[in-house]
Design a protein around this ligand. Structure first.
Ligand SMILES: Cc1ncc(COP(=O)(O)O)c(C=O)c1O
Length: 384
């Protein structure tokens, strides 16, 4: 096999553009001996809040924790929280951890996101929160209706921004489109701290609560009431080492997003002639972060089934967001009796979805290699 065919294209890859500066700051942290709740976390939080356009950003150890904290603040125990079925299981786990009943919904077949119609069907008088997942870095075209629906019924709108760092809608950034935003810095995400997360909000009450529960429920650290345990919490804070990584990753975010958007545009051009496949498109006014490049096949083309061949024959990592969807995951079936046929749109459309690799370390040659491998497997798929 010619060597260029052996290049391995990962679905996601973290990029550290300024290692010397990162190492200098890490050295500073190590020699200071202050590994938690210090200068770097504060700087990272301030810069993060500015980048989103909100008053508060609170650094925690994961997006799952960020979601759990926002839900605990709402006292969702025994109440319902609505979320789409095609999300990473962590969105649902956070609801369960906070004592809520997750109420899954079907999705819109074009955006693959929660839409206003499915949402209004799922709302009950027990609904306390809705989690809007910005799948693949795109934002539901029904955002305005969803915001209005939640506003009218006094339901908190939480954004799961794990995929959507840097995405925006009508100029406002993901993380500032609802009552609270929850971000992930897991290694595959747009920016990473190894693992980590952030809560964004304008709500002073949530800000104080999150700062307290992330360090075992201590009194507000800014006021120095550190010996008073006011509520139950955990060691959920983002430490100084990871805050250094976060601060540097954030300073390269705009360049990272520009590269992703350029690559996505190139994918669109190269895939335009391909028969029966269509990149997922976004509403006017939505600027996606392109966490993933999502493509849908026509009904006879179950693109998700090409993933294995792409990997085995071309070493191209591709994914589906998310297959199986939450209601068909073994754990959900066991806990809640999830069954096939409950959410027919998600069940059929996700089999037709594939996410081609997209990250800021990819070159246009990598991208061309992906498209040619994809087209080869499409032809094979059509013959089968
Ligand atoms: C949509 C979504 N929500 C939540 C999470 C959880 O993020 P974390 O691993 O930071 O807890 C992920 C992580 O992959 C995700 O993709």
């Amino acid at each position: 096999m010619p060597t260029e065919l052996l290049r391995m294209i990962q679905s996601a890859r973290p990029i550290f553009a300024d290692r010397a500066a990162v190492l200098r700051d890490l050295e500073q942290v190590l020699s200071s001996g202050k590994l938690m709740l210090g200068e770097y976390l504060q700087r990272f939080e301030e810069a993060f809040a500015r980048s989103i356009g909100c008053r508060y950003a609170i650094g925690v150890n994961s997006c799952t924790t960020a979601l759990e904290i926002t839900l605990r603040y709402l006292e969702v125990e025994g109440a319902e929280v609505v979320l789409p079925t095609n999300t990473f299981i962590a969105t649902m786990t956070a609801c369960l951890n906070a004592g809520a009943k997750p109420r899954l919904t079907d999705i819109h077949p074009d955006s693959l996101c929660l839409d206003a119609e499915n949402l209004s069907r799922a709302l009950t008088d027990r609904t306390k929160a809705v989690i809007l997942v910005h799948l693949g870095g795109g934002i539901s075209p029904d955002l305005a209706e969803i915001q209005a629906l939640c506003g009218r019924r006094g339901i908190a709108l939480i954004e799961d921004c794990a995929h959507a760092q840097g995405a925006s809608y009508s100029g406002a950034r993901a993380g500032a489109l609802g009552w609270a935003g929850c971000f992930s810095f897991y290694p595959t995400k747009i920016m990473t701290t190894g693992s980590g997360g952030m809560i964004t909000t304008n709500d002073e009450g949530l800000n104080r609560f999150a700062r307290s529960v992330r360090i075992h429920g201590r009194g507000n650290e800014a006021e120095g009431e550190t010996d008073q345990i006011e509520r139950l919490g955990n060691d959920w804070f983002l430490d100084e080492v990871r805050s250094v990584l976060g601060l540097h990753q954030l300073s390269h975010l705009e360049a990272n997003l520009r590269t992703r958007r350029t690559l996505a545009q190139r994918y669109r051009e190269l895939l335009a002639p391909a028969q029966g496949v269509k990149p997922v498109s976004f509403a006017d006014g939505c600027e996606p972060s392109y966490y993933k490049f999502m493509v849908l096949g026509e009904p006879s083309l179950p693109l998700s089934s090409l993933r294995q061949a792409l990997w085995e024959r071309h070493q191209i990592e591709a994914e589906t967001l998310y297959l199986p969807p939450c209601h068909l995951q073994p754990v959900y079936r066991r806990l809640f009796g999830g069954k096939e046929g409950t959410f027919p749109v998600a069940e059929s459309v996700l089999k037709r979805q594939i996410c081609l690799p997209l990250h800021a370390g990819m070159t246009s040659e990598d991208l061309q290699y992906v498209v040619s491998g994809f087209e080869t497997e499409l032809q094979q798929g059509r013959k089968r």
